[in-house]
Design a protein around this ligand. Structure first.
Ligand code: ZN
Length: 160
C-alpha cells in the first residue's frame, strides 16, 4: 500500500547527523509506527515519506528548518538550581526539567555551579542536519479512532 494521508506507516530507521555525532536506530527492536499527514514526525521526513510503499528503502537528508529548527543561543540560560523539578545528581549532559515563566521545559545541563546551573533549552537535535536511512515495513489504513486521536495505535504506536 502507498503512503498517503491517514494511513499508518511502520518503518525502521537509522538516524545520523552530518557531523556523525549521533546515531539512533530502531533496528535493534520493533519498527516504529506513525499516522501520516498528522504532524507526528518532523515535517521534512513526513514529506520524504509521502508516496512511498511497503518495502521501499531510502535515505532522506533533512535540513534543521524541516526538522527541529535552528539553535537559539538565547535558549542557553543560567537558572537557579532550586527551579529544577528533579535535582538528583547534576552533571554536564544530564537532561532535567525546569520551571520557567512559560511553564515546565526540558533542558540539557552544560555547567553546574553552587547555586545555579547553565542549561541549554534547545531541542537536542536543533540546528542539526539529520540523515535518516528508512525502510518501510508496512502501510495500512488508519482506524477512525486513530484519526480522531491524530496518532497510530498498536505495535510501534501509542499504547493506551
Ligand atoms: Zn490514541
Amino acid at each position: 500500500m502507498q503512503i498517503d494521508k491517514s494511513r499508518v506507516v511502520s518503518f525502521h530507521y537509522t538516524l545520523t547527523d552530518t557531523q556523525n555525532t549521533l546515531t539512533e536506530t530502531s533496528r535493534d527492536g520493533d519498527p516504529v509506527a506513525y499516522l501520516h499527514g498528522h504532524g507526528n514526525i518532523v515535517p521534512g521526513l513526513e514529506k520524504a515519506m509521502a508516496g512511498r510503499t511497503t518495502g521501499d528503502r531510502f535515505t532522506a537528508t533533512i535540513a534543521p528548518e524541516d526538522a527541529y529548527g535552528a539553535r537559539d543561543e538565547e535558549a542557553v540560560q543560567r537558572v537557579p538550581i532550586k527551579h529544577l523539578v528533579s535535582r538528583g545528581k547534576l552533571a554536564a549532559g544530564k537532561v532535567v526539567a525546569v520551571n520557567t515563566t512559560q511553564g515546565q521545559r526540558t533542558g540539557t545541563v552544560i555547567k553546574v555551579g553552587r547555586f545555579n546551573v547553565d542549561l541549554d533549552l534547545n531541542h537536542p537535535l536543533a540546528g542539526r542536519t539529520l540523515v535518516f536511512d528508512i525502510e518501510i515495513v508496512d502501510v495500512r489504513d488508519a482506524t477512525e479512532e486513530e484519526i480522531t486521536h491524530h496518532h497510530a495505535h498498536g505495535p510501534g504506536g501509542h499504547n493506551h
